[in-house]
Design a protein around this ligand. Structure first.
Ligand code: 5GP
Length: 114
């Protein structure tokens, strides 16, 4: 499997504005923000889609949620609120095939997935 763009960020081969990192998770500002705060939370393990989750790696989704909670607090939006989104494959709008979660906030978000 060739390195995804997110693996290249993890390896510091391309730059990103990193806001959180631990042994298994990294998070950085989205290059094309859809809200005042738009952060991509990524597993360091390169897993292509949610369909590739299994009982060995599913704990990473919990780690993403814990990272999101910490980042939301650091950004001061834990009380006002935020949204987590994971896109899967074409109809879901996935463009980078390396599991990640979008953290969106900083304004009242509308709800129109159509
Ligand atoms: P997806 O569409 O796969 O759910 O989300 C991929 C996200 O990664 C998009 O929101 C896109 O703007 C973001 N993205 C793609 N390439 C880069 C990059 O090189 N740097 C950063 N910071 N974000 C990226």
């Amino acid at each position: 499997m060739s390195d995804s763009i997110f693996t290249k960020i993890i390896k510091r081969e391309i730059p990103a504005s990193i806001v959180y990192e631990d042994d298994e998770i990294i998070a950085f500002n989205d290059i094309s923000p859809q809200a005042p705060i738009h952060i991509v939370i990524v597993t360091k393990m390169q897993i292509e889609t949610l369909n590739d989750l299994n009982s060995d790696n599913a704990y990473l989704i919990g780690k993403i949620a814990l990272a999101a909670k910490q980042i939301a607090k650091d950004k001061g939006i834990d009380k006002s609120g935020y949204r987590l989104i994971m896109n899967c494959n074409d109809d879901g709008g996935q463009t980078v095939f390396h599991i990640h979660c979008h953290l969106l906030g900083g304004k009242k978000l509308s709800w129109n997935p159509a």
